[in-house]
Design a protein around this ligand. Structure first.
Ligand code: ATP
Ligand code: MG
Ligand code: MG
Ligand code: MG
Length: 476
């Protein structure tokens, strides 16, 4: 049963609607009023206050398809993107939520039903993980028993520790064990092994995480009204349902990759030879489009700087596959065409997305060649000295003069087997800040204050308001 991504999204949402869930739209990638988080990185983020009991909603069950970005903080998949067949910066997470309504038994019953009846996944390929328990928290025998009661083979219910199967919101708030579903997509079922689950083996795909918010983190006492939070990667599910071995081979990405090939004037063979770069460009094009649609524009601090870093990485990757002119806007056009129906903000902000991306790419292309020459010279010197670490001062010059974000310099260095002295980079940056302040203070009192203000890690996000002010933000 081959389903398109749109059909999968629809199947998930309508299934949970039929089971009493309210369909809540995705929140913006930019989470309102959450200073602890730059971007939504899972479906539960927009419900944080509901889980904490600080906010009431007119429903106790919800279903969403949430825009997520994992490029900062606790979840940062940026370096995975390209090499990994199934990690993205921007992706969609499908989720069902219970706010003190149903708990483990019903969550597992619904999950089983959706996977085996609606999506008709082969039960013999499914693996279920539960929390193994430790000094502080007992094992989640309950979840294991519930999967087995549904029909799971006991030998395919596995136990893992904190890293994989225990979820915490933060130092306080709810926490609890989670239970994940992994599917084996290898060609030869007789090769399927427990060791593959949670390993890097590409034949094992983690598709869904079910979190059982069961304890109060501060006291580790059971919560009076435990809750459920789940997250299924749409791209992962599309890869499974379409019988392909990478999310980039699903209908969500094929047209974007084909667009890159067309704009580049290359072919399938060139794509296969440089797959990682093409894939990163496709991924980053989606992230860029959705970030600008949600009101973020490239800049030097905070969220704007995250967008700038993603965009400059994409521009650099483009160069590695032979682009000598701006190309991102042409690729992003396809992203908008492809996703605009489900996410109308892309269509509504089409002109802004394309012009802001194009302007930022052009600006970076003016210094990219110079920066690469400089970096290559530095790499030469480091090698000649028989060393493997690029000095922080050089990385800083690359940022300051050529607009190379540190992570881009690190990426290029890594391709050559080198690393960057990060502490040295920070020190060089701090030194320059101090110099600018001193210089400004020497001139006039007022200007010193101005400098100080510009240096604040501010980027106080003001959502769409910022767009009216874009001339001053773009190309900052
Ligand atoms: P992985 O182990 O593959 O990195 P994860 O354990 O970090 O995934 P969770 O935090 O459990 O992921 O998120 C829930 C679901 O979201 C995952 O089961 C997966 O389907 C999907 N997902 C997570 N990270 C990504 C990503 N970078 N790109 C696409 N889908 C993702
Ligand atoms: Mg991960
Ligand atoms: Mg995982
Ligand atoms: Mg997981």
């Amino acid at each position: 049963q081959k389903l398109t991504a749109a059909q999968i999204r629809e199947t998930f949402i309508s299934f949970f609607k039929r089971h009493g869930h309210t369909h809540v739209p995705s929140s913006s990638l930019v989470v309102a009023d959450d200073p602890t988080l730059l971007f939504a990185n899972s479906g539960m983020v927009q419900f944080k206050d509901v889980f904490l009991g600080r906010e009431q909603r007119p429903y106790t069950r919800a279903v969403t398809a949430q825009k997520c970005l994992r490029v900062s903080g606790k979840h940062n998949d940026l370096e995975e993107v390209g090499p990994s067949p199934r990690h993205h910066t921007f992706f969609e997470m499908l989720g069902n939520f219970s706010f003190g309504d149903y708990f483990k038994a019903e969550a597992i019953r619904l999950a089983w039903k959706l996977l085996t009846e609606e999506f008709q996944l082969p039960v013999e390929r499914l693996w279920f993980t539960v929390f193994a328990g430790d000094d502080e928290v007992p094992p989640d025998d309950e979840a294991a028993a519930l999967w087995i009661a549904q029909g799971a083979d006991p030998s395919r219910v596995l136990r893992f520790g904190r890293k994989d199967n225990f979820w915490v919101m933060g130092d306080t708030g709810p926490c609890g064990p989670c239970s994940e579903i992994t599917i084996y997509i290898g060609d030869d079922l007789s090769q399927m092994r427990a060791e593959g689950v949670n390993s890097d083996d590409p034949n094992y795909v983690e598709i869904w995480n079910n979190v059982f918010m069961q304890y109060d983190r501060a006291t580790m006492q059971p919560l009076p009204r435990p809750s459920v939070d789940t997250g299924m990667g749409l791209e992962r599910m599309a890869m499974v349902m379409q019988g392909v071995h990478s999310t980039y081979d699903t209908d969500l990405f094929v047209s974007i990759i084909n667009r890159i090939i067309a704009v580049r004037g290359s072919d399938e063979e060139h794509y296969q030879a440089h797959r990682s770069a093409y894939r990163a460009i496709a991924d980053h094009s989606r992230a860029i489009a959705f970030l600008i649609a949600d009101g973020v524009l490239p800049g030097n601090l905070g969220r704007p700087y995250v967008l700038r870093r993603i965009l400059r990485r994409a521009a650099y990757q483009g160069r590695t596959i032979g682009f000598e002119r701006p190309f991102l806007a042409e690729v992003i056009t396809t992203v908008i065409d492809q996703m605009g129906e489900v996410y109308p903000e892309l269509v509504n902000r089409r002109e802004l997305i394309l012009s802001a991306a194009d302007q930022e790419e052009r600006q970076f292309l003016r210094t990219l060649s110079g920066g690469l020459s400089r970096l290559n010279a530095v790499i030469e010197q480091v090698r000649t000295r028989g060393e493997t670490v690029i000095p922080g001062t050089d990385a800083f010059v690359l940022k300051d003069t050529y607009g190379f974000p540190l992570d881009l310099t690190q990426k290029i260095a890594a391709e050559q087997g080198l690393t960057v002295d990060e502490a040295g980079y920070e020190a060089a940056m701090a030194e320059q800040r101090a110099r600018s302040r001193a210089a400004a203070a020497g001139k006039r009192g007022g200007e010193a204050d101005l400098w100080a203000e510009l240096d604040l890690p501010a980027s106080h996000f003001t959502g769409y308001e910022r767009l009216s002010d874009r001339a001053t933000v773009i190309g900052m």
